[in-house]
Design a protein around this ligand. Sequence first.
Ligand code: DHB
Ligand code: FE
Length: 284
Amino acid sequence: MAKLIGGLGTSHIPTIGAVMDNKTMTGPYWERFVEGIKPARAWMKENKPDVCIVVYNDHGSNFGITLQNVIPFGIGMSKEYKPADEGYGRRKVPTCEGNQKLSIHLAQSLLADEFDIVQSYELDVDHGVTVPLSILCGEDLEEWPCQIIPLYVGVIQYPQPTGNRCYNLGKALRKAIDSFPEDLKVAVIGTGGLSHQLQGPRAGLLNQEYDKQWLDGLIKEPEKIKDISGVELIRETGSEGAEAIMWLVMRGAMDEEVKEVYKFMHKPVSNTNYSLVILENKSN
Ligand code: DHB
Ligand code: FE
């Protein structure tokens, strides 16, 4: 049977991808970040998930820059996912290999659990997926070391799904993973956040104190954190801070009691309070 071996959370800042691709991740600005992500790369190498389910938001590159389709939840059903052209060409990182059999099983199980999830058979993945993979898997790779299933959450246009809905989606996702008959090691990666606001009078907002408490709560008391309203999250962590609800999908998939394997926070990385966490189930 498939087994969930870990839950990870990481911000998905596009600048990180650009700087890695241009080989300019050097000097004092990046030193602490480069050191900070090393344990996550080591965890990936040691634990070798066969499939990573990457919970991400598309930033208008797939579902239309004119936002003609606003989708709360979607899942990739494809054999492969190319890096999206976000306006400056595709990143020169590997195409993600999918796992159609698992995608079909997940979609079936989620629909049976009344999550009416959009199924995308053609999907390019933007920085929401490619940057977490670069952070966790490394640079200059011929191929990613695991298969990928993108799980999309619509947070770039209001109204957005609630944290509670995301948490429950995570629970349904876990049920789906646990019932897949093949022996696969699966990791779920929540991406985005934590605090940042990219436009308007509050552009540049960072709230590391709030993020610390939120992340602590996410690990130890997710049942409280899931009920924080979208309005509070935006007020405290900025409009793009709302991306953090995608970490709730990851947390919902994990057991109630988890082991905190690693946590790292650093501000600013671009406009964001960069945050990273690795969780394992205590029962592992
Ligand atoms: C930044 C962060 C994001 O999550 C994003 O989607 C775009 C930009 C940033 O910090 O610059
Ligand atoms: Fe983002």
